[in-house]
Design a protein around this ligand. Structure first.
Ligand code: KG4
Ligand code: ZN
Length: 344
């Protein structure tokens, strides 16, 4: 079974060809175009700009992924080599989603291929199943992205329960907004991680929101206020800020976020008796976080999986992986972009 997967929920346009063999899920090609440069210029994503760039990139990216997978140049016959199409239908930005969904539906109709709609958030977790036969149910899934923070308990592919999520800002959003206030480029998560490594004094701390509450909720807007206020005060009271000041704020921000993510994820694994944790979403690219979680989990014999870096942020391979593990095609007429899609 070979599948063409399409992802266009936000500012990345991505297509991938995957195959499920008896042994594992293989990625034959994965092509991603991003409009990040444009959004870096505006300090964040303007949805209309993202949608326009999706229109520009979608067909070149799909064609490139087919050519890479089948090592052929012909454009119009390559789609015959695939058995089905998978597409992200939500959540995300409506304009961006529409481009991917309508393209996938048109291809499915024109070439008579089955089509599978995929929830972007579940896709992030299923990036872990690529080239990986080790994952065992039950597991705890933690999604940490630019738009979401969710903790789930999976009994099987089909049976899962949402345990909690953010009440306000998502994890990646907190990184991005705190970074933007300090003049770091968008998206600020990777830059904050890099600068945090340069902090030596660790002289102050920010509060880890909701860390001691007996629930699986998260909240990052208070941390955002605390970090930005700290930065503004420092700027007011010092003639000029040095790199060390920014690094210390980055360290304290990252630590406050990691501490609460790790504590609540481990608490969920203990309560639901899971010896496996899957992490996914852009923030799972943060190696300081993954290392901290892995170290603390291993003390309790819990194994942590996180995707290879290239499949942490938005990509189509994760969408294909979900569709192959949950192969349920539906009529193309019944697939609609759903920006508010959550967990059903
Ligand atoms: O999953 P993703 O690509 O897009 C959404 O579905 O939202 O996640 C993007 C987010 C951004 O907020 C970005 O700052 C964050 O992931 N991110 C990181 C790191 N790399 C990406 N956050 C912290 N540390 C990183 N190394
Ligand atoms: Zn995402």
């Amino acid at each position: 079974m070979k599948i063409l997967a399409i992802e266009s929920s936000c500012d990345e346009t991505s297509a991938a060809v995957l195959e499920q063999t008896p042994q594992e899920i293989l990625v034959h090609s994965s092509v991603t175009a991003t409009s990040l440069d444009i959004h870096a210029g505006t300090g964040g994503i303007i949805p209309e700009n993202a949608a326009r760039m999706q229109v520009t990139y979608i067909m070149p990216v799909i064609i490139q992924s087919l050519q890479d997978a089948f090592k052929k140049e012909a454009k119009d016959t390559l789609i015959n080599e695939i058995d089905a199409i998978a597409v992200t239908y939500g959540p995300g930005l409506i304009g961006s989603l529409l481009v991917g969904v309508e393209t996938a539906k048109t291809l499915a109709y024109s070439f008579n291929k089955p089509i599978i709609p995929v929830n972007h958030l579940l896709g992030h977790l299923y990036a872990n199943f690529i080239n990986n036969k080790e994952i065992k149910f039950p597991f705890i899934g933690l999604i940490v992205s630019g738009g979401h923070t969710d903790l789930l308990y999976f009994k099987s592919h089909k049976e899962y329960t949402w345990l909690g999520g953010t009440r306000d800002d998502a994890t990646g959003e907190a990184f991005d907004k705190i970074g933007r206030a300090m003049g770091l480029s968008y998206p600020a998560g990777p830059e904050i991680e890099k600068r945090a490594q340069q902090s030596v004094t660790h002289s102050f701390k920010f509060k880890s929101p909701l860390i001691n509450e007996d629930n699986y909720d998260f909240s990052f807007s208070g941390l955002k206020t605390e970090a930005i206020r700290y930065y503004e005060n420092l700027k007011k009271n010092k003639a000029s800020l040095i790199d060390e000041d920014i690094s210390d704020i980055c360290y304290a921000t990252q630590k406050a976020i990691i501490d609460v993510l790790v504590k609540k994820t481990l608490k969920a694994s203990e309560q639901y008796k899971c010896s496996t944790i899957l992490v996914g979403g852009g923030v799972s690219a943060n190696q300081t976080f993954i290392r901290t979680l892995t170290d603390q989990a291993s003390d309790n014999n819990i194994k942590v999986f996180s995707p290879p870096l290239k499949y942490c942020t938005d990509n189509a391979a994760m969408v294909g992986s979900y569709a192959l593990m949950n192969y349920e095609p539906i009529e193309w007429q019944n697939i609609n972009a759903n920006p508010e899609l959550y967990f059903g």
